[in-house]
Design a protein around this ligand. Sequence first.
Ligand SMILES: C[S@@+](CC[C@H](N)C(=O)[O-])C[C@H]1O[C@@H](n2cnc3c(N)ncnc32)[C@H](O)[C@@H]1O
Ligand code: SF4
Length: 383
Amino acid sequence: MLKLPPLSLYVHIPWCVQKCPYCDFNSHAQKGDIPEQDYIHHLLKDLQADLQRFKDSIQQRKLHSIFIGGGTPSLFSAESIAYLLKEIKTQIDFEDNIEITLEANPGTVEAERFKGYVSAGITRISMGIQSFNDDKLQRLGRIHNAAEAKSAVNLAKVSGLKSFNLDLMHDLPNQTLEEALDDLRQAIELSPPHLSWYQLTIEPNTMFAYRPPKLPDDDELWDIFEQGHQLLTVAGYQQYETSAYAKADFQCKHNLNYWRFGDYLAIGCGAHGKLTFPNGEITRFSKTKHPKGYLRGEYLYEEKNVPEIDRPFEFFMNRFRLLEAVPKQEFEDYTGLSQSAVKNQIDFAIQQNYIVENADSWQITEHGKLFLNELLELFLTES
Ligand SMILES: C[S@@+](CC[C@H](N)C(=O)[O-])C[C@H]1O[C@@H](n2cnc3c(N)ncnc32)[C@H](O)[C@@H]1O
Ligand code: SF4
């Protein structure tokens, strides 16, 4: 019997001022005015259709978190976000202490909207800072500079938000160890409750893939990782996922639910969702990627059942990225499988020192973190 995990909602806004050369997210450079009202109208219809289609999964559940991501959601006015949240709430209830995150570009115009977003119900803003080095920001095709980023952070601090996050990237073109650490030092000085520290990856079909920049080599990258991690730890940030650092009690509830194999509704262009049904089914679904089709009312793109044979890999894929212990009971509750279904793989993983176990949980080891792919491959089956 499957137990229903917490339920989140992801909302995708697919426009940006311009496309960054490293980015493969579903985002389009804005041409002319964004059809803001029309898009919100479709988001709400999309949600209504999902709540009906998936009612056996939703049941009496309330929303645990909402994440409005993109793209650049801060291109939308505070009034639009207020309307969107108000209307979502008429369709599905919120838990009392719901976390509602909005991704924002640290440009001046967006930062001036922060107080309005808070009045609209936003509790957390995630700012795409990337670096505090103006040359690097230019190389990354960003439309803001370091001074604007800092003033945006200062506005976030006095806007009444419960929390905010800074996105930083390292392993940037021609970046030295000192430059990478300097970015972290400047971020730490601003004292964000949460910091996401991503390694720049070169994704296919991006400008950087066509014209690859020179990136730090493996030795330099290792030093950046080690010394950066040390800097963050000493400053009171606890790493809880490969790229996620937070001060105590400021972990991102939305991402945690996703990584813990929780459920999430998903509305907007290209959004992906996952839902559990009391009858033992788990479904994954995605929405039409391009705004043109989506704005014609074509929402659902694909829906796939997750067969039992795929569930161990799907469960552990994100769980072992988290540094916390994995409760054995959650494996049974959320996959509907008994622990015996993975006994051989678990025994082998323990023997290889990838994980350790106690009566109630499994925990990835330092050694296991270095061999995460090998660990996860143990749970891959051909279906
Ligand atoms: C979906 S983006 C949206 C944030 C917002 N649009 C912005 O860029 O300011 C979320 C974050 O993913 C990270 N990101 C995007 N592309 C990346 C890449 N190729 N490698 C590593 N991190 C990346 C960036 O730090 C970015 O802020
Ligand atoms: S990194 Fe952010 S701003 Fe740049 S294209 Fe991607 S989603 Fe848009």
